[in-house]
Design a protein around this ligand. Structure first.
Ligand code: PLP
Length: 402
């Protein structure tokens, strides 16, 4: 066995990523530690995944306990762990049926297939159009990436799946003009995450909901990033004036263990029958046991109120830095999914700021074009937020010096 270093990545990994130069060796709460001896405040939360922080004690004990009972048996059988999480998800939402997968892309893939199948069964094969929006992100399977609103991710993998229309986000008039009886589904993120923390405005959501209903099109909310407490409500739709027909969840649902879920109604669910769709790992007992622990923890009103409060604290701190440095156009987002958009002339330099932050011991994310993104663990401590903001302050001082 050769010594494992960062160079091993370049030798043996298909180069889809360009990771940091040191290896991450340990995580604890909202801190990460690397092989070069550095400690970091983690404002990335594993890209909105580690909802309860790194190596959470409760998560550890659930994994340990479930691993002694059953880790995987396949969907030839069902089991208490999977069904328990399904029940909990229905109890905390407006939905009554669940399908489990292992990632966000798979959840959207299943949701989109379900919407096509519903339209096919009820109205025939000409009702097949899927409408999505510019800058949206729905995952990397060929279907979900083609539905996503950023061509750069789907170009070069053609032929792409057909009957997909991209419209400008939050543009009511264009949407009104375009939707028709050919439309079978509309998919959107209540707050676009990868696209740059862009909130759907309430009037837009209301119109989309009404026109979906009148055209017999299903409304799908992709809550892979906004869900499970991230924006201060259990799901973000619960803080809007609409209820979608299908909701997809993943990322933070099991605080770091791969899982995804599709939530919908009895009426829609009945269009899938044994054999029409499936997943080998979906509903994995270990992942679902952790999912139940996460749902129990996060759905508590006190926990969600805490997320809101911490979100406000972090947002106010970012506003202060906005005033201090004058390099940001806007601070936006909800709960602990926040974005700081750089001024027009600095938009290409978000990555540079991210690098400087890392040098000072702070991990942050970027999103869209020129947006710094913050998605820390939902249970991050106030003093860790403060610590991270101090590091960001230092990094911005350096950034604005040259
Ligand atoms: C991350 C993300 C996805 C894709 O999830 P994967 O687990 O990477 O497949 C889909 N939709 C949204 C909104 C996301 O943020």
């Amino acid at each position: 066995m050769p010594k494992i270093t960062r160079n091993t990545f370049d030798k043996v990994m298909i180069p889809c990523y360009k990771p940091f130069n040191c290896l991450i060796v340990k995580g604890k709460g909202s801190y990460l530690f690397d092989s070069c001896g550095n400690k970091y405040v983690d404002f990335t939360g594993g890209i909105a995944v580690n909802s309860l922080g790194h190596c959470n004690k409760g998560v550890q004990s659930v994994i340990k306990k479930q691993s002694k009972k059953l880790i995987h048996a396949s969907n030839i059988f069902t089991n208490i762990s999977t069904l328990t999480l399904a029940v909990k998800l229905t109890e905390h939402t407006d939905f009554s049926k669940v399908f489990f997968v292992n990632s966000g892309a798979e959840a959207n893939e299943a949701a989109l297939k379900l919407a096509r199948r519903v339209a096919f069964n009820l109205y025939g094969e000409t009702k097949d159009e899927i409408i999505s929006f510019g800058h949206s992100f729905h995952g990397r399977t060929l279907f979900s990436v083609s539905v996503g609103g950023q061509d750069k991710y789907s170009d070069g993998f053609g032929p792409k799946p057909g009957a997909i229309t991209h419209l400008p986000f939050n543009d009511i008039e264009t949407f009104k003009k375009h939707i028709s009886d050919k439309t079978c589904a509309v998919i959107l993120e209540p707050i676009q995450g990868e696209g740059g923390i862009i909130e759907a405005n309430p009037e837009f959501l209301k119109t989309v909901r009404e026109l979906c209903t009148s055209h017999n099109a299903l409304l799908i909310f992709d809550e892979v990033q906004t869900g499970v407490g991230r924006c201060g409500s259990f799901y973000a739709y619960q803080n809007t004036n609409v209820v979608p027909d299908i909701l997809t969840s993943a990322k933070g649902l099991a605080s770091g263990i791969p899982i995804g879920a599709v939530l919908t109604s009895d009426k829609i669910a009945e269009h899938f029958s044994p054999g029409t769709h499936g997943s080998t790992f979906g509903g994995n007992p270990l992942a679902c046991a952790v999912g139940s622990y996460v749902v129990d923890t996060i759905s508590k009103e006190s926990f969600l109120n805490n997320v809101k409060e911490k979100g406000i604290t972090l947002k106010q701190s970012l506003e202060k830095l906005k005033h201090k440095y004058g390099i940001f156009k806007e601070i936006r987002g909800k709960g602990l999914l926040l974005g700081a958009e750089l001024n027009e002339n600095l938009k290409d330099r978000a990555g540079e700021i991210q690098q400087i932050c890392a040098k000072y011991g702070l991990f942050i994310l970027t999103a869209g074009h020129g947006v710094l993104r913050f998605a820390p663990a939902l249970n991050i401590k106030n003093k860790t937020i403060e610590e991270g903001i101090k590091l960001l302050d230092k990094a911005l001082t350096e950034f604005t010096q040259d």
